[in-house]
Each structure stands twice: as structure tokens, then as C-alpha cells.
Ligand binder design. Structure first.
Ligand code: MOS
Length: 719
């Protein structure tokens, strides 16, 4: 199916958080700090307050009241303006509200802020020698075979060993839609349009920081222009805007500028991993050791346990993973597409390739050899794994046999040509979700729940599953997502939307059909009263008669019937759930300039049931494109003296554009994971990016003989 919301988006009919213009709307503009560490001594707001159109100016010296977050999962978030601390460059330290956006922005420029500044901790590399245990989570995990006392002992028993250190820079999401919040109050009831991956998350956090009950907060956000983790939760502009709207008695809208999106909201921390592998001569891994370090902001506790993938991806009797952090005075760190695994896999997949080289083995054969039907960390069987089939299909269709085992030997004019591969993977889960399906007398079905469609195709999945269940054309289903007044479904994160919401949509569709059958057989005026009837192809059938549900509702003068159903979280504890697949790519490196160009890609995906192949293909391709960006381009630089992100613009923070991306092949195996749900879908939002950067690095090595262990692989590293 085409994207059900595609026509709305390309015609501009889809209304995003910044697109709302309630009557008497005022505009907020954030003031942000220009030091990275210290405190604010004073703010001269006199000129700004007198500037044209200014309605209010909130600062730490004249704040709107926000309460600290009490719940443990939110406790690390600090409400803005409640003290004079500065913890990073670009922190929200004020909100100017004016009649127009331009007036607010211009007034903000007139505020003079005096600081007491300290030297920020800005270099991840400088901090590595003093990396510390993480604020939460287990610092070290050892899984050792009987009789083995340490991972180093296990490594020493390997016939072939390898140790190498890999690093990744700060990355950031740069979703196309900047974060925005429009808020207004009707008496004590707050309505808020805000770009988010989960309207319920916003209700939850606003409840705490505004100190009002959830029933008073209505969050609406049906369309999201990309999230990638950066619209999970809530950032400073949202409670400030809501509180300002309350204080002023007017609707207020705050849209972050593109540069503010780099600092006011979160980013992916930098990482370093030292990987040691030990193997038998036939390639069997005997020990995998991965010491991972992640950057962490001084402002919050989120870090990435980047080494974790080493516990689950390849079989080995001995495993060791450690986690450390380097604390930096930088903006808040947060989840970004496949947190810990996309950057984590770069190290593991590169190391496997290096080991294959040492063993004189084809890297695909090395991965085949260490495929395992169990999760190595706890020996639980995988629920449904067809990785060998992915490898085989991918190798055949991509032409892997044409790869030269000698790096730097295949050329095409000025270009060195290399092939690389890596395993793709991401975990799966099924949480609890409630969905409502409403059958209307116009023959349409409305399917609703608090899910979010970040551009993923989630609303199309809702439409497809509801239409399938009812036996009606997809065009007669209207999905309603992103509204906190609908039943509580899964927020969009952790690749869990379809796996969690999909079964609930199916249950709710069945329940709505049952409600329709009950009406047909019990309503006094129903021609089916007292008969045996069925609901199929959108019709009530019985007694030799059939009638579309819309016609029957019209006949009975009943506008609609509806049902809400809840699908529980998965009760399965004796299996582990994860998707697997294989990336194959070709990269060309210019012999004279070192310019790398990805020229071919194929990904074979075993992710359970694929509900809608067209949007699913886009999800996988999108992940791969982001992985190519991670491999070759993305690098947010921290200025050592100031702690400022030095390239916080879309001209300087590079992401792939169309000209950087070849045609991407995606093949789905489509084996339902029936242990996860009857639907059997595991989720695909993050799968495509995992392994992608490793595959590129491996192809570049094959092309040039140069092993680059530090992302991104820019041309200077290849000269
Ligand atoms: Mo995603 S990083 O789970 O939004």
C-alpha cells in the first residue's frame, strides 16, 4: 500500500505542531546560554522588554514556575529557568514572548547576560583515560565457560586473536521538522500541539512539571516530521511554552531554530570500544571482549552501553562487556536510532572483518560459522531466526563471490572498488497497547490510539490491519494517531510500534466486528434479528441476506458502533526476540582524492511478518541511508575552549543527500514470529542502521587496504 497519509503530506494538508494558529497567538523565542559551564550572574533585560511587541520575558530571575520531575525515569531532567546554573552551551535560559516571531527573536538579541564561567570538559578523547563506571547499569558483564576464570584467559586460548579500538563521534538526529510547541488554555484545561514520539510521554512529564493532573492536559500531534529518538520525551521549550501561555492567558507557539535543535534537544554521545576476539583456526569464536566507553552529559545520566551487542550477536562460550562513561559539559545526551547498537555494531562488525583477514577466511563464512540459535549471553533460544538464509540470499543476489580477497586489487578507472558486508540486527518486544475501532454509518472505520507515526508508516500499518480484519478497502479506514484522548497505545520508540500496536489493532477490529454482530442480531429493527450472522468482507451476512455494515447502521439509525481492546505485553520468558539480516555493499574510493562513494547496497531482512512491504522497505532503506551518513559524514564537533557545537548548522553537519545514495535493494524473508504475537511482526525502525557503518568500513578496506577505525570515514583518512 502507498502511505495512507502521503497525499495529505504532499499537499500540505497534514498539520504539524508548528502549523497551528489559534486566535491571539503569541510567539515564544528561546534565549540560550553562550557558555558551557558556570552560572548566570545577571541578565539585563531592560532594552528587550521595551522592544516592539514584547509581551513577556522569562528568565531565571523572573521565571515561570515549573516543578522538579519527581518520577524516577524523569528525575534527571531539569526544568528550565528554575536556577542560574549553566550546564552546557545552548541551554535554554529564557523565553521571550512577543506578538510576532521576529519581534521575539529581535528582542532576545537585546538581552545581555553576564556569566561566571568555568572551563568546560569538552573533549571525549581527553577524558578517556579517566573514564568512570556508569551512573546506572552493571559496569561489567562476564559470561564464561565452566572452568574459565577470566576473559583474558579465554582469549589467550584462541589460536588467532585480534585487539583493536574503534571510535564514533557525536551524532545528532537533524529531523526535518524542527521541534515546536503550540499551547493554549481554556480555563484550567491545557491543549498542546507538540512534536513528539509519544503524546502520553508529554502528558506524563507536563503533569509533573506543571503540577496539574493528567485529565487537564490534551496533547495532540498526528504528524511528525522525523524523530529518530530526538522527539522521545519532552524538551525545555514545551513546559516553558505551556507555562507562558497560562501566565499570559494567550496561546503561545515556540518553534526552535535549526541551530537550537542542535543544543536544546539531545544528541548521540561519542563512543570508544576496544574489542578483542579470540578464534580457533576454523573461525569459531572462543572469546569476545568489548570494553565500551560512552560520552555522557553532565546534565543527565543517559549514556550508551555501546559494547552490549557483543553479548548477543555472535556465539562464543566466553563473553565480556564493560561500560564506562566520560562526563562532558555538553547538551543532553539521548537515544538516537538504534542507540548503542548502530555505533556499537561498527566496532564489532569491523573487528570480525579484521579477524577474517587474519584467519584467511571469507568474512561471510566467519559470520556463518558463528551464527547461533541461542542468545549467547543467557542461552535463551531465539524465537525465530533465519540468518543463514539471509546470508545465502544476499550473497547470491549481490554477487558476493565476485569479491576479491586481496584488498586494493579491483579498480574501475580512477576508482578502487571494494565489497563489504555485515550482520543487521535489532531486538524486538511486545508491550501492552489499547486501540479503539469505530464502525460508522458512512461505511468508514476509524482506528485510534496514542501511537505516533514519525514518517515510519505506522498509520498505514493501522489502516492495513483494520481493513484486512474488516474485509473493506484500505481507503475506507481512517487512522487517528497522536491524540492523548484516545486509548493508550505504544509510543514510537525501540522499534516497538508495530509489534505492540499491531496485535491491539487486530483485537480491536475483531471486537468491533463482534459489537456489530451483536447489534445486527439484537436490534429490534434489524433484518438479522435473532439470526445466525457472520461479519465478512465488510458485510453482515445471514439468512440468505447480506448488508454492508454502514448500510445496516444507517437503516437502524445508529451512527456508529465501537470497541476498545487491549493487547497485553508478551508473557513469553523462555525465548529471546531479535531480528537478523545481512547488509552487502559496494564502495568506490577515488584513487587520487580519497573520496568514498557507496555505489551498491542490498539488505536481506528477517524481521517477522512484514505488514506493508512498501513502507517497510522505506524504513529499512532509511536506516541504511542514516548508516551511510554515520559511516561517511556525520560528525558534530565540540569546540574545546567553549564547549560549543561548532558545526551546528545543516550546511556544516553533513547528512547524506540523494546524490550520496545508490539504489538500495531490500529483500524480506517474511517468517511470522508467532511466539511474539499472532501477527508475528517484530518491528523494523532501527534494524536497517545496525551494521550499516561496519559494512561500509569493510568495503572501504576491501577497496583500499586501509582499515579506518574512527568514524566518519572522510577522505582525509583515506589519502
Ligand atoms: Mo528510537 S532511538 O527508539 O526513537
Amino acid at each position: 500500500m502507498d502511505r495512507e497519509d502521503g497525499p495529505l503530506k504532499v499537499t500540505g494538508a497534514a498539520v504539524y505542531a508548528a502549523d497551528h494558529h489559534p486566535d491571539r497567538l503569541a510567539y515564544g523565542y528561546l534565549l540560550t546560554s553562550t557558555i558551557a559551564r558556570g552560572s548566570i550572574l545577571g541578565m539585563d533585560t531592560g532594552q528587550a522588554a521595551k522592544a516592539p511587541g514584547v509581551l513577556a520575558l522569562y528568565t531565571p530571575f523572573n521565571p515561570v514556575k515549573l516543578y522538579p520531575y519527581a518520577k524516577e525515569e524523569n528525575a534527571e531532567l531539569t526544568p528550565p529557568l528554575q536556577n542560574t546554573d549553566v550546564r552546557y552551551y545552548g541551554q535554554a535560559i529564557g523565553l521571550v514572548v512577543a506578538e510576532t516571531f521576529e519581534q521575539a527573536r529581535d528582542a532576545a538579541a537585546l538581552v545581555i547576560t553576564r556569566y561566571s564561567a568555568q572551563q568546560p570538559r569538552a573533549s571525549f578523547t581527553d577524558g578517556l583515560p579517566s573514564a568512570a563506571p556508569p551512573p546506572s547499569g552493571t559496569p561489567v558483564v562476564d559470561v564464561l565457560a565452566p572452568g574459565v576464570t577470566s576473559i583474558d584467559q579465554a582469549l589467550a586460548a584462541g589460536d588467532v586473536t585480534l585487539t583493536a579500538t574503534y571510535s564514533t563521534p557525536v551524532e545528532t538526529h537533524v529531523a526535518m521538522e524542527p521541534h515546536a510547541t503550540t499551547a493554549f488554555w481554556t480555563a484550567d484545561q491545557l491543549t498542546i500541539y507538540t512534536a513528539t514520539q509519544g503524546v502520553r510521554l508529554v502528558v506524563d512529564r507536563l503533569t509533573e512539571t506543571l503540577g496539574i493532573e493528567a485529565a487537564k492536559i490534551h496533547v495532540i500531534n498526528p504528524y511528525v516530521g522525523g524523530g529518530f529518538g530526538n522527539k522521545w520525551g519532552m524538551w525545555a521549550h514545551t513546559p516553558l511554552t505551556a507555562a507562558a501561555a497560562r501566565a499570559l492567558g494567550r496561546p503561545v507557539k515556540t518553534v526552535l531554530t535549526r541551530e537550537q535543535v542542535f543544543s536544546v534537544v539531545g544528541h548521540r554521545p561519542p563512543s570508544s570500544q576496544t574489542v578483542s576476539l579470540g578464534a580457533a583456526p576454523d573461525g569459531t569464536l572462543v572469546a569476545v571482549k568489548n570494553d565500551g566507553v560512552s560520552g555522557k552529559s553532565a546534565s543527565n545520566n543517559f549514556y550508551e552501553p555501546v559494547a552490549n551487542l557483543s553479548l548477543v550477536l555472535y556465539g562464543s562460550a566466553n563473553l565480556h562487556v564493560s561500560r564506562k562513561v566520560v562526563t562532558l559539559d555538553v547538551p543532553v545526551t539521548t537515544i538516537m536510532r538504534a542507540p548503542q547498537e548502530s555505533n556499537g555494531s561498527f566496532a564489532l562488525e569491523s573487528a570480525l572483518d579484521e579477524l577474517a583477514d587474519k584467519l584467511g577466511m571469507d568474512p561471510l563464512d566467519l559470520r556463518r560459522k558463528n551464527d547461533t540459535p541461542i542468545r549467547p549471553s543467557d542461552k535463551l533460544p531465539w524465537s525465530s531466526k533465519h540468518l543463514q538464509e539471509c546470508y545465502t540470499m544476499g550473497a547470491e543476489r549481490f554477487g558476493w563471490s565476485r569479491r576479491s580477497s586481496k584488498p586494493g586489487t579491483v579498480t574501475d578507472g580512477d576508482w578502487l572498488v571494494g565489497l563489504g558486508m555485515a550482520t543487521a540486527t535489532y531486538g524486538a518486544s511486545r508491550g501492552q497497547a489499547s486501540i479503539k475501532v469505530r464502525l460508522r454509518d458512512d461505511g468508514r472505520a476509524i482506528v485510534s490510539g496514542t501511537a505516533a507515526d514519525l514518517g515510519t508508516g505506522q498509520s498505514t500499518v493501522f489502516a492495513v490491519l483494520t481493513a484486512d480484519g474488516l474485509g473493506i478497502p484500505v481507503g475506507r479506514v481512517v487512522p487517528q494517531l497522536g491524540d492523548s484522548a484516545t486509548p493508550p497505545a505504544a509510543n514510537a520508540g525501540g522499534s516497538g510500534s508495530t509489534s505492540t500496536n499491531g496485535p491491539a489493532v487486530q483485537l480491536a477490529t475483531d471486537a468491533a466486528k463482534a459489537a456489530m454482530v451483536t447489534l445486527a442480531t439484537e436490534h429490534d429493527k434489524s433484518p438479522f434479528k435473532g439470526q445466525e450472522v457472520t461479519f465478512s468482507n465488510g458485510e453482515i451476512r445471514g439468512g440468505g441476506r447480506e448488508m454492508p455494515f454502514g448500510d445496516l447502521l444507517t437503516l437502524l439509525d445508529v451512527p456508529a458502533v465501537e470497541a476498545t481492546a487491549t493487547s497485553p505485553r508478551s508473557p513469553v520468558r523462555d525465548h529471546a526476540f531479535r531480528s537478523f539480516g545481512a547488509h552487502f555493499c559496494e564502495v568506490r574510493v577515488n584513487r587520487w582524492t580519497g573520496e568514498p562513494r557507496v555505489s551498491r547496497w542490498l539488505c536481506v531482512v528477517d524481521a517477522g511478518t512484514i505488514v506493508n512491504p512498501k513502507t517497510a522497505r522505506s524504513q529499512i532503506a532509511g536506516g541504511i541511508i542514516m548508516g551511510i551518513g554515520q559511516a561517511l559524514l556525520e560528525d558534530l564537533r565540540i569546540e574545546p575552549e567553549t564547549g560549543r557545537f561548532g558545526n551546528a548548522t545543516m550546511a556544516d553537519y553533513l547528512v547524506p543527500i540523494n546524490a550520496d545514495i545508490p539504489d538500495i535493494g531490500v529483500e524480506f524473508l517474511d517468517y511470522p514470529d508467532t511466539l511474539l504475537s499472532d501477527l508475528g511482526a517484530r518491528g523494523i525502525g532501527e534494524f536497517g542502521i545496525v551494521g550499516a557503518a561496519g559494512a561500509v568500513a569493510n568495503a572501504i578496506y576491501n577497496a583500499t587496504g586501509k582499515r579506518i577505525r574512527d568514524l566518519p570515514i572522510t577522505l582525509d583518512k583515506l589519502l
